[in-house]
Design a protein around this ligand. Structure first.
Ligand code: TRP
Length: 341
């Protein structure tokens, strides 16, 4: 009989920034649902709240602290199981900033200057600090720290994954093969991209959409209903998917389809000859029945700070076990002495 230990499951890792008071339906459908599905598959999942990244945007300290805990509670409310997945706060693992420095020193200034997300933010007038500039190298450190094989993120993060791969390959070329695992992107489908209810041509965004355009996972049932009933549509009366000519109606169809699993073509048939009012009412009830249990679970978690602390401490402990091993290897390979204790 073989006594070999079973091969470890491939690791996946992803994170979200705590930059608004609540996740919205777009985060839920676009990311969280996938995280939960992946944790249930054959993966060793690591999920974290990227609160160091959030420091790139000046935020009141009390607000950042609150949002960080709320985001963690929302991951759990959305189905991330802290027993099966390692759930932690980025700031609990000091090695992230340490490895980010090594990644900075392996990145060319010109290479970092080509990051489109940075350029867009600057073009939009965001007052950029150096942290915003080096943000992709901190993200690279998050990923490389845990030998992640796959990184499930949206299309908007593709370039950051490419620079992560470049940094890892450069590290291995310079310091020796086997130093860092080169991760594969796992780009989440944009088919369920949820748009702003007031401006259905733009993505629903916690930082850019107005409150009325956002379906927050912390909204009451009546707010959700009100926002959906007043969602922008068009002057026609036909329920039909056309993301260009009928962006508002299409968005409602996408939300319906994502939450019920019914194909959009089938929904078009169901609503043939019926008005937008009917579609909106149904979407409102579907959204409410998804969000209400989520909101309750989140409230329970936030009402019991000791329990949330315990969960996060447990996750940090598991993450740290991996992080110290990676960092010891990296220090040795780049020529830094082992940490004196
Ligand atoms: N930059 C990601 C975003 O804004 C968040 C993030 C930070 C992340 N570090 C990461 C995602 C590491 C995946 C892996 O969405």
């Amino acid at each position: 009989m073989s006594t070999d230990a079973p091969a470890p499951l491939p690791r996946i890792l992803s994170g979200m920034q705590p930059t608004s008071d609540s996740l919205h339906l777009g985060n839920y459908i676009g990311a969280l649902v996938n995280w939960v599905t992946l944790q249930d598959k054959e993966f060793d999942a690591f999920y974290f709240v990227a609160n160091l990244h959030a420091l790139t945007v000046p935020t009141d300290p009390a607000v950042l602290r609150r949002r960080t805990r709320e985001t963690a509670a929302q991951f759990i409310a959305g189905g991330v199981d802290p027993k099966r997945s390692t759930l932690f706060l980025q700031s609990d693992i000091a090695e992230h900033a340490e490895l980010a420095w090594v990644c900075n020193c392996l990145t060319q200034f010109g290479e970092a200057s080509r990051m489109t997300q940075f350029k867009d933010k600057v073009a939009k007038g965001q007052n950029a600090n150096v942290g915003l500039f080096t943000y992709p190298m901190l993200m690279a450190a998050d990923i490389l720290m845990y030998d992640a094989a796959y990184v499930p993120v949206g299309e908007d993060q593709r370039q950051h994954l490419e620079i992560t791969r470049d940094v890892a390959e450069r590290f291995n070329t310079r310091f020796g093969e086997g130093g860092l695992v080169v991760p594969e992107p796992y780009i989440l489908k944009e088919s369920a991209k949820i748009m702003d209810l007031t401006d259905p041509e733009s993505k629903m965004s916690g930082t850019n959409s107005p409150d009325k355009g956002l379906l927050l996972l912390s909204d009451t049932d009546s707010r959700l209903r009100k926002k959906i009933m007043s969602a922008v549509t068009d002057a026609e009366a036909e329920v039909r998917y056309d993301s260009e000519a009928k962006a508002g109606v299409s968005n409602l169809l996408v939300i319906h389809s994502a939450l019920t699993g019914t194909r959009v073509e089938e929904l078009e048939r169901t609503y043939a000859g019926r008005g937008y009012g009917d579609l909106k009412k149904d979407v409102a009830e579907i959204v409410v029945s998804t969000v209400a249990p989520f909101r309750e679970r989140m409230a329970e978690l936030l009402d019991d700070p000791a329990e949330l602390d315990r969960i996060l401490a447990d996750g940090a402990g598991r993450a740290r076990e991996v992080a110290v091993v990676t960092m010891a290897r990296v220090r040795e390979m780049v020529g830094l002495p082992p940490r004196a204790v």
